[in-house]
Design a protein around this ligand. Sequence first.
Ligand code: PDD
Length: 304
Amino acid sequence: MPHLAYVNGHYAPHQMASLSIEDRATQFSDGVYEVCLYLNGHGVDFTAHMDRLDRSLAALSIPAPMGRRALALVMDRLLIRNRLRTASLYLQISRGVAPRDHAFPKPAPAPSLIMTAKRFDCDALKRQQAKGIAVISTPDLRWKRCDIKSVSLLGNVLAKQAARQKGAGEGWMVDADGLITEGASSSAFIIDQAGCLRIRTLAADILPSITRRAVLDIAAQQKITIDHRAFSLDEAKSAKEAFIASTTAGVTPVISLDDQMIGHGQPGPITKAIISRHWDHMQAFFDQPARAPSASRMAQRPAR
Ligand code: PDD
């Protein structure tokens, strides 16, 4: 069965699905996106993803192409049409199609909405979590509004490619002060020498990650001291433990940074405990009745 994509009201096989050459996403990266995880047909932290999407759209003055309920139904339908229950779903909204001109087009075009979905392999993630990943450091070359989940990702692409070329799984980006901002496509955490979970404060220089929030909730429940303070590359290298977090990487241990071992070069005990609690959080979605997905049964997490 071919993979089906959703493009502006239509479902089409990937090879046939396309955006206009004058779509502002292609010419200006003038759009935003979300990556949502579905487990057994249930959207994980769905409300939080939709809240962030609304925030990104508002920051760029792009109107929502449809209401949240309708969007949830289209997402459900895409999964059903692809016969997927456990999947990652990519959703992109751009300002729409208009003759090339940098400023917002007038009158405003209808925003473009595209979605794709692919099977999510929980076992592959668990294998990765058991091994951990190598990380490299790389300068943070991105723009100054990384809190907007914009499709303008060239800095992230270059950071990930730098990691790939060195056989690493993630690139940790370093700002002008020598402090780590985040990964190319994940948040960055360490357990520092004092045993505190160190994490950079949310601001315009990092994405307000949904998984980060789940990790902070777990850490609070586990009575792990959380220190909202950015950490330097040197502090990261001498950390007891380190890990990344994202919708698709879950919580994944970091075992080396720039070829220097973190801790004992193996996933550490605090990281492993957080991973275990995070799977408990995910398991709750598998335990819900395995019916066709529907917006009303999606997990709701209060916005915070
Ligand atoms: N990336 N930081 C960056 C720069 C990211 O791109 C992501 C997610 C995260 C983690 O955010 P969340 O927990 O909400 O997934 C942090 C997605 C998965 C991607 O671009 O594919």
